[in-house]
Design a protein around this ligand. Structure first.
Ligand code: ATP
Ligand code: MG
Ligand code: FE
Length: 335
């Protein structure tokens, strides 16, 4: 079945066609990042408006590139949560009208479930159960993926998401928004080991995480250097910062795998493109004898194909919605 998929939860408008949850026929991603870079972060009102402007033409383009006509579409999948509420609503409203107009099922997709499903596109042999490390701009979760639509959160951040922390650290290092990729590139220029940064633990919840202390430490370091006129080793700070994030994430994923008995691990979300985290995961999984799946960078960030992939499995599970479907800024991945 061919699913027309929509994603508009943040600053990417994405529309694509995915066949049977595994084959990408088209995936058009229009990023607004350059626009929001002027403000140093996503401006929700602008994001919503740009989604409205882009979505019709992107839909035509997605169908054309997939070589499909409207009649070939068997269902419409759409991100309905979590995200910037106004932004999510644009994609949701448009998807509803398309599903209604075509007379096909409307399938609501949780954005982070979509990020995890990007792995189904990159790795045809992958099937649940497995463990997923979902690390993105707004979420940081260790998820036990028991089945395609049956998920349990084993660990989560108590404050900032990993991606938010990368973006903030990048900002104080003078890098453009979104800063994760530029910070990763800068970090490659140093072996690090210069700055001592905090590694927080959550009392009584060994799989949970906290990044706000790390974020504050980097901000304070940069501000202090500026005040006393000290030259900051920016590449070393970027490297030490990425390492601190990785040192928070990777041991917890390994511990979650040990506790749950899962021996397959997948990474998902924009931060999963990070070179330090990928290398550390690879090393740890080889050592522990786990199979590791790391999707290519293009499938880590927001896209529509991942929504089409998860949408297929939600459809098979009988998850459909009517025209009353609402958007949610926050929603548990397990619901
Ligand atoms: P969410 O998925 O939680 O709703 P989002 O959709 O905004 O949030 P994604 O698109 O999955 O998040 O990921 C974007 C985040 O990934 C940004 O914070 C960005 O800086 C970060 N990122 C992208 N590439 C890298 C990289 N190489 N290293 C670290 N972070 C990265
Ligand atoms: Mg984005
Ligand atoms: Fe995302």
């Amino acid at each position: 079945m061919k699913i027309l998929a929509f994603e508009s939860s943040c600053d990417e408008t994405a529309v694509g066609v995915v066949e049977d949850g595994r084959r990408v026929l088209s995936d058009i991603v229009a990023s607004q990042a350059d626009l929001h870079a002027l403000y140093g972060g996503v401006v929700p009102e602008i994001a919503s408006r740009k989604h409205v402007e882009a979505i019709s033409a992107l839909t035509e383009q997605a169908l054309r590139e997939a070589g499909c006509s409207r009649k070939d579409i068997g269902a419409v999948a759409v991100t309905y949560a979590p995200g910037l509420i106004g932004a999510v609503l644009v994609g949701l409203s448009f998807a509803k009208s398309v599903a209604f107009g075509l007379g096909v099922p409307l399938i609501p997709v949780h954005h982070i479930r979509g990020h995890i499903a990007a792995n189904y596109l990159a790795f045809p042999e992958l099937t649940p159960p497995f463990l997923a490390l979902a690390i993105s701009g707004g979420n940081t979760l260790i998820v036990d993926v028991r089945d395609y639509t049956d998920m349990v959160i084993l660990g989560a951040t108590r404050d900032d998401a990993a991606g938010e922390c990368f973006d903030k650290a990048a900002r104080v290092l003078g890098l453009p928004y979104p800063g994760g990729k530029p910070l990763d590139d800068l970090a490659r220029q140093s072996a690090g080991g210069v700055y001592r940064l905090p590694h927080a633990q959550v009392d009584g919840a060994p799989l949970d995480m906290s990044f706000s202390g790390l974020k504050t430490a980097v901000v304070n370091l940069a501000h202090h250097a500026e005040q006393v006129g000290e030259e900051l080793d920016r590449a070393a700070l970027a490297r030490d910062f990425a390492q601190a994030v990785s040192d928070t994430l990777v041991p917890r994923v390994m511990e979650a795998a040990r506790q749950s008995g899962r021996d397959i691990i997948c990474a998902a979300g924009g931060v999963a493109a990070n070179s330090v985290i990928r290398a550390d995961l690879e090393r740890a999984c080889i050592e522990a004898g786990y199979r590791l799946y790391l999707p290519p960078a293009a499938l880590c960030g927001d896209n529509s194909a991942m929504i089409g992939a998860q949408g297929y499995y939600e459809y098979l599970a009988g998850h459909q919605a009517g025209m009353e479907l609402n958007a949610y800024a926050n929603l548990d991945i397990a619901t």
